[in-house]
Design a protein around this ligand. Structure first.
Ligand code: PLP
Length: 383
């Protein structure tokens, strides 16, 4: 066999996927693994997409996506995030949030650039940065800082090579969120060192206890240096539709649009119709999911805090709990393996999210109340 690209061959596998593949199809386990809603897409959204398909909307679209969808996205950004974008030039529909992240990073980064990545991070982050030729610089978001950036740590990490700062609020895997004061501090740094902010807002709708998601693009002077990435996966239970978007200054969107032509060309037309419906009529299904996540979060967090040796800070947003397991004396890797073997409970070891995830595990509570109750009673066995 002729040689493969050595760099790609040595690209590490995602530990989250490894765990998922290991337990896929195995019955009788309490699983808290993949970050996806355990709800199906709302019927009205599916109906709208079926209708579009049956009327012949089964073709390539503009690389930027259907203008009708971009107009809906612009309305949403104005209403929810208080930022105005021109749907013709400043918005691109992407083939998932992951696609938006990759296109953004490739549009912005060159060899030698540094990108600030939050740690613990969503597993793909540093690899998306590396694939774009840049160097990830992981900045800790510690439990004592509410699992969010601490401005002092950021000041130590940024320099003239910093090209992008990745901001993920609410954060996967920790549920931490950035408040206005922190965002203002980040904005000041971005202006001082002249770097971009990639604001990954895919969990913006899944927030609890009255916490408010603030898009950094809405701060004075920040729209021009921010790229918002978002997705329909989490808010509308549309993970399998593979559709997301980015909003950014026109020159950035121009480059991303050109890259889109060479990667996937455009997002599936029926999925784009589904996304139009989600933005127009998806609120009811979102409210229903939030109601369920709110109850499940309470059951899981209280249950974990009642287990001796574990502690869990209530996540401000997302559907992940990130319990601290340090008192067990086990590493995240040992702990999660023992949980599977001895308790039949499957979680993600925190080190799948980098060195700052060590001492924690991630538990997705987008799962049934019964699964959570079963998992909690079985976790006790190991601690
Ligand atoms: N960003 C974060 C933080 C995520 O957790 C995910 C998915 O888990 C994504 C982006 C990408 O979502 P998708 O590719 O399904 O749109």
């Amino acid at each position: 066999m002729a040689k493969l690209n050595a760099k790609m061959v040595s690209l590490p596998k995602s530990k989250i996927r490894d765990v998922f593949n290991m337990v896929e199809g195995k019955e009788g386990l309490a699983k808290f693994v993949l970050g996806e809603p355990n709800f199906d897409t709302a019927q009205e959204i599916c109906d709208y997409a079926y209708k579009a398909m049956s009327e012949g909307h089964t073709h390539y679209t503009n690389n930027r996506g259907l203008i009708e969808l971009r107009e809906e996205i612009a309305k949403k950004l104005e209403k929810d995030n208080h930022v105005s974008y021109d749907p013709k030039t400043e918005i691109i529909v992407t083939t998932s949030g992951t696609d938006a992240l990759n296109l953004t990073m490739r549009a912005l980064c060159e060899e030698g650039d540094e990108v600030i990545v939050p740690g613990p991070y969503w597993t793909p982050y540093p690899y998306i940065v590396q694939l774009a030729g840049a160097k990830p610089v992981v900045v800790p978001m510690l439990e004592e800082d509410g699992f969010m950036y601490n401005l002092e740590n950021l000041k130590k990490a940024v320099n003239e090579k910093t090209k992008v700062l990745m901001l993920n609020s609410p954060s996967n895997p920790t549920g931490g969120m950035a408040d206005r004061k922190l965002l203002e501090g980040i904005a000041e740094l971005a202006r001082k060192y002249d770097f971009w902010i990639l604001s990954d807002e895919v969990y913006e709708k899944i927030v609890f206890d009255g916490n408010e998601h603030i898009s950094i693009a809405s701060l004075p002077g920040m729209k021009e240096r921010t790229i918002i990435n978002n997705s329909f996966s989490k808010s509308y239970a549309m993970t399998g539709w593979r559709i997301g978007y980015a909003a950014a200054p026109a020159p950035v969107v121009d480059v991303m649009t050109n890259l889109h032509e060479y990667y996937t060309s455009c997002t599936a037309e029926p999925a784009q119709y589904g996304a139009i419906a989600a933005l127009r009529i998806g609120q009811k299904s979102l409210d229903y999911m939030i109601e369920n996540y709110t109850r499940r979060r309470k059951i899981l967090v209280e249950g974990l805090n009642n287990i001796k040796g574990l502690s869990c800070m209530p996540p401000k947003g997302t559907f992940y709990a990130f319990p601290n397991i340090k008192k067990s004396g086990m590493s995240s890797d040992t702990f999660y393996k023992r949980l599977i073997d001895e308790a039949g409970v499957v979680v993600i070891p925190g080190d799948a999210c980098g060195e700052y995830g060590e001492g924690y595990v991630r538990m997705c509570f987008a799962t049934s109340d019964e699964n959570i109750q079963q998992g909690l009673s079985q976790v006790q066995i190991c601690v």
